[in-house]
Design a binder for this molecule. Structure first.
Ligand code: ADP
Ligand code: MG
Length: 731
């Protein structure tokens, strides 16, 4: 029996301890967060007012006020059982990082008290030398600072034997450069705020004080039994299967999507939700996804900054809770070949402090006009900066999805739905008589079409789709930190809100009619950006051709996509809106290229070991079986003990030769791969990434093809690696 077969027998029995789940979510939602309400109860009125002014108007608080908040936070955390605290931050690896310190402090030798001061709240100094900085910070001046991000509430993480207070922070260098993913996001929200306020003023909203982006990230993932996971080096090392023959049944029957959720999985989902609610993460929807064993969690949307922290936390929670259920949560973009990979639809919109969603078409023509002005700003942003959107989702894992007919293609386009398309076409062609009278609202001077409230068209293949009251950026990878995409969306839209504002300003006060002038501006942008709109099937061959004619970028390779961060016009854009300095941007380019290379090297080396230590030995075992079998038959025949049909003997020989040949191909290509990895060592990071994309990846696919063919012929009890048909189906 193979190890795999032994494990199979274990999998049926997973006993779960019953979890006492609190019944009513509203009774415990956010109980482990130091949110505004909790803060208000624990600090003085004046400090609370100062804190709120800080949040809404940016007036920083004094050190004594920070001390008061720190003290309140500490008291609250200790009363809940926390003994450690950590500054929690998001370095450029896309993960989260934490360095824990105890609350204790000596008051006299041998005697400690719990102490936590405003200084420690506001600033920390983790040894930063091991975090990637992309050359911003030489290792000899390794200092990196974490600084409190008060806009995201502190929270307590519970483990079996203790609790830790986590304080969301940004991570900066000695000179203030962003070493993380969070600070640029905060800066981009500020740019967006300024630009949007400018536009709203023109439309007469003097009372709006703040505009911010909102996000909801739909998180896809796979679950597999932990026993299988442990037997697959590739999953453990790389998060995806590097080899493995497809299961005869995959997703072709479409019997998984929205299907009944299996008992074992639903228990996992219940526990994740319960843990998420304690942390104030509003997970809302859960369902089966398209591929077998693939699922999704979607939250209620929140302010981007918070949504980002919550998505990071949710991913951590999912991984942690899965283990308690003897499952492993796979967040990789492409864990299995031949079935769908996982992404993260990033729903994005704009809200003002009066509670209005600025991407909601309004009730009145004037409101609709404002909506259209914002809509065309989005169109122009995507039209001008498709390269940056693509770059924001460029990473090794996502490279398997984009362009692979399952996720949106690498070509970025915008889907608006039938109704909006009709309306925009009218702008382009003029309002024709074909349009029914009731569909046109006469503004007196200009004519604006009427809107239906329901604009819920769906086009699942579009990378940037308007879905009624928000845009959905569908190219983000499932394991990615969403902040880079948000940062880029915010910045490019800020630029174009400002553009629209300036266009309108030139006509304001000239005595011309405001509404019809705005319509003209909108109409011009509609024409300018026509090429970015696409309503058809993004997976179709024709679209690839059409996009080429339209000159839309179609970049499949990560290394090429990332180059957008080094282009002059993009650097100028980010510098203008103070989101990234040139150095910060270039640093990110280097880090992400480097991470791509490291990922591929880990994959290649893992594949090599699996081939040499597992696949080939299994092949040899079977080869030996066949060879022995053949020899015995020949001997029996020689001794006239057995009569063998010559054709049957030939068949046996052919079978053996086939297995020998398969093993040979596997080994030959693996040796090739070895040489290629050696060759790569002499290259620069950029050249290496190119080599990996153009040569290493195809070679790995080639090896896989032969390994998978071998898997399908060698006897089941020599194959130790769990098979697709087992990992994806057996509970
Ligand atoms: P879908 O459009 O994918 O069918 P939903 O309409 O339920 O599904 O929304 C999906 C996600 O979009 C949810 O996470 C939801 O919170 C989020 N969302 C809805 N409205 C907004 C908004 N104004 N801003 C950002 N995200 C939003
Ligand atoms: Mg969606």
């Amino acid at each position: 029996m193979s190890i795999r077969q032994k494990v199979l027998s274990k999998i049926k029995s997973v006993a779960l301890d019953k979890i006492d789940s609190p019944k009513k979510v509203s009774d415990y939602f956010g109980e482990n967060t130091f949110n505004l309400e909790t803060m208000r109860k624990h600090i003085s009125k004046t400090t609370f007012a100062a804190f709120k002014a800080w949040m809404s108007e940016g007036k920083t608080i004094s050190l004594s006020q920070a001390n008061e908040i720190a003290d309140a936070m500490k008291e609250w955390a200790i009363s809940k059982g926390a003994t450690y605290y950590t500054h929690w931050f998001q370095p450029m690896t896309g993960l989260t990082a934490e360095k824990h310190d105890s609350f204790i402090s000596f008051v006299e030798p041998g005697k400690v008290i719990e102490k936590f001061s405003g200084n420690k709240l506001i600033q920390g100094e983790p040894d930063a030398s091991s975090f990637p900085s992309g050359g911003i910070r030489a290792t000899f001046e390794a200092r990196g600072y974490t600084a409190w991000d008060p806009s995201s509430p502190a929270f307590i993480i519970e483990s079996l034997l203790g609790k830790t207070l986590c304080i969301p922070t940004i991570f900066i260098s000695y000179h203030g450069e962003a070493l993380d993913k969070k600070l640029p996001l905060l800066r981009s929200d500020e740019a967006l705020n300024k630009a949007a306020l400018g536009l709203l003023k023109l439309f007469g909203h003097q009372n709006v004080k703040k505009v911010f982006s909102t996000c909801g990230a739909e998180q896809e993932y796979f679950l597999i039994d932990k026993n299988y996971y442990n037997l697959r080096q590739d999953l453990v090392m790389t998060g995806r299967t590097l080899i493995g023959a497809s299961s005869p049944k995959g997703q072709q029957l479409e019997d998984q999507y929205f299907g009944t959720i299996k008992e074992r999985v639903i228990n996992f989902m219940f526990e994740v939700a319960q843990e998420a609610y304690k942390l104030g993460i509003p997970v809302m929807t859960r369902h089966n996804e398209v591929a077998p064993h693939q699922y999704e969690f979607a939250p209620i949307f929140e302010e981007s900054n918070i949504a980002c922290d919550h998505n990071q936390l949710l991913m951590e929670l999912m991984k942690k809770v899965a283990l308690r259920h003897n499952l492993v949560c796979l967040l990789h973009e492409k864990p299995f070949n031949g079935i769908n990979g996982s992404g993260k639809h990033l729903n994005w919109s704009l809200s003002d402090d009066q509670g209005n969603n600025l991407l909601n078409p309004g009730e009145t023509p004037e409101e609709n006009l404002q909506f259209l002005a914002i809509l065309v700003a989005v169109l122009r942003a995507v039209y001008l900066h498709a390269d940056l959107l693509r770059a924001s989702v460029a990473m090794a894992g996502n490279e398997h999805r984009l362009g692979a007919n399952e996720a949106p293609p690498a070509i970025i386009s915008v889907f608006l739905g039938e109704q909006l398309t009709q309306i925009l076409n009218m702008f382009e062609n003029g309002v024709k008589s074909k349009v029914a009278k009731q569909d046109i609202i006469d503004l007196g001077i200009g004519r604006l079409p009427r809107f239906n409230k329901d604009m819920t068209d769906r086009n699942r293949t579009s990378p940037f789709a308007f879905t009624g009251s928000k845009f959905e950026f569908r190219a983000v990878g499932s394991s990615q930190n969403i902040s880079t995409s948000i940062t880029i969306i915010n910045t490019i839209i800020a630029e174009n809100l400002e553009y629209v504002t300036n266009q309108i300003k030139t006509v304001k006060g000239t005595g011309k009619d405001f509404n019809s002038e705005v319509l003209k501006v909108i109409s011009n942008i509609v024409k300018e950006t026509k090429d970015i709109r696409f309503e058809g099937n993004n997976y179709a061959e024709e679209w690839i051709k059409e996009a080429k004619i339209r000159n839309l970028p179609n970049v499949a390779a990560t290394y090429e996509a990332l180059e957008a961060f080094t282009v002059g016009k993009n650097i100028a854009l980010f510098e203008k809106y103070k989101v990234f300095s040139k150095e910060e941007l270039i640093a990110r380019y280097h880090i992400w290229i480097h991470m791509y290379n490291l990922t591929l090297e880990i994959e290649a080396n893992t594949l090599k070991e699996m081939v040499n230590a597992s696949v080939v030995p299994a092949g040899y075992k079977y080869e030996k079986l066949l060879a022995g079998n053949l020899r015995e038959l020949v001997e029996l025949e020689k001794g006239a003990e057995l009569e063998v049909d010559p054709a049957a003997l030939e068949d046996k020989k052919a079978h053996l030769s086939d297995v020998v040949a398969k093993i040979y191909y596997v080994r030959r290509n693996t040796n090739e791969m070895d040489k290629l990895l050696e060759k790569a060592k002499e290259r620069s990071n950029e050249q290496r990434a190119e080599l990996y994309f153009k040569e290493l990846k195809p070679l790995m696919e080639h090896i896989r093809k032969h390994v998978d063919a071998l898997e399908c012929v060698v006897s089941d009890d020599t194959w130790d690696l769990p098979k697709y048909r087992e990992m994806l189906f057996i509970k």
